[in-house]
Design a binder for this molecule. Sequence first.
Ligand code: CMP
Length: 139
Amino acid sequence: MSGKITFTMIKPDAVAKGHTGKIIDHVIQKGYKLVAMKYTRLSEEKAGEFYAIHRERPFFKDLIAFMTSGPIVAAVLEKENAVADYRNVIGATDPAKAEVGTIRNLYAKSIDANAVHGSDSDENAAIEAAFFFNGFERF
Ligand code: CMP
């Protein structure tokens, strides 16, 4: 039976520190199937589009500067209850509040450099996955 999807990014801090392989393994161990994956770098324009809902927030400028500071890994993950379960796998946005054993607890240092992104709804998972991948790049 095929499950629902969520979208994730391994952010520039985690990629730069060499955590990519450990994070991908962590996600697979939690029962997710990788259905698409891409190593890339966001332009300012692309990052602004991806984070458009945060445009008016005080942290927007720093968020865009950080997300364009180095390469990222974008991926689409499939599993039953993919979105909600993945939020538990990655932990709270602020790593200081992330539960022990979550990806942000293990690999993140600050609320900006928080290692990974995870979709917050099924609707956004579909939008975010389509932002990075076309139908032919998902398996
Ligand atoms: P992410 O889930 O990728 O989406 C927006 C990002 O903004 C978030 O992760 C954080 O890394 C970053 N951010 C910085 N400050 C805040 C804040 N006060 N609240 C929420 N997100 C923040």
